[in-house]
Ligand binder design. Sequence first.
Ligand code: URA
Length: 236
Amino acid sequence: MALMRLDKFLSDQGIASRKELRAVIRHGRVSIDGTVAVKPEMKIDSELNKVYLDGKLISYSKYRYFMLYKPCGVVTATEDKKQKTVLELLSPEMRRMDLFPVGRLDKDTSGLLLLTNDGDFAHRVISPKFSVKKRYYAEVEGELTECDEKAFENGIELRDGLKCRPAELVRLGADRCEVVLTEGKYHQVRRMLASVGKPVTVLKRLSVGNLELDKNLEEGGYRELTEEDLCKVFSR
Ligand code: URA
């Protein structure tokens, strides 16, 4: 049994704000199991009751998953006193869903960032134990060499002595490449490339597992993940 207020049930699905929904309910537009419900505070069982808005069945999902095309210039945090956060890019409805970023992209990194309210999911994506691949596009100063590819393959030792897992570096041109990691140390791609003398000038995350950044999204845009997308995150 999962009892909750009717207005919360609806707002958790991002339909409208709690205030707007209270008015919608009072206007008799919501019914539960065939009976009109006019009290926003009424308790319903999200697993058993069938809730309809204007005759349309509203299915309830406790956990929500989104991909965001993070632009440069915003920080990966839920709040920050001085800087704009990734959550500030979302609609007011989504900001009521208790979403948080899955892992972290630097302020100057753009690309695919997952957002969810499911802590277990986030753990499985981030933890090196599950080896979910993260693929990045990078532009660098200097000229990338076969030697750099080999160094990544063997596991880079960062300047502070920290050893990285073997990773993939695929050269796309003299000063651009793709990097695939299965872990996520602080500033890892930038630090790995710096350790072979190639400071990063541009960094963008392209995929997480087999889930690619949606080409239809503009920077700052986002969309909910489908079941198929969720499977791709963990498929090899
Ligand atoms: N590695 C980095 O250096 N920065 C990121 O934002 C992500 C991976």
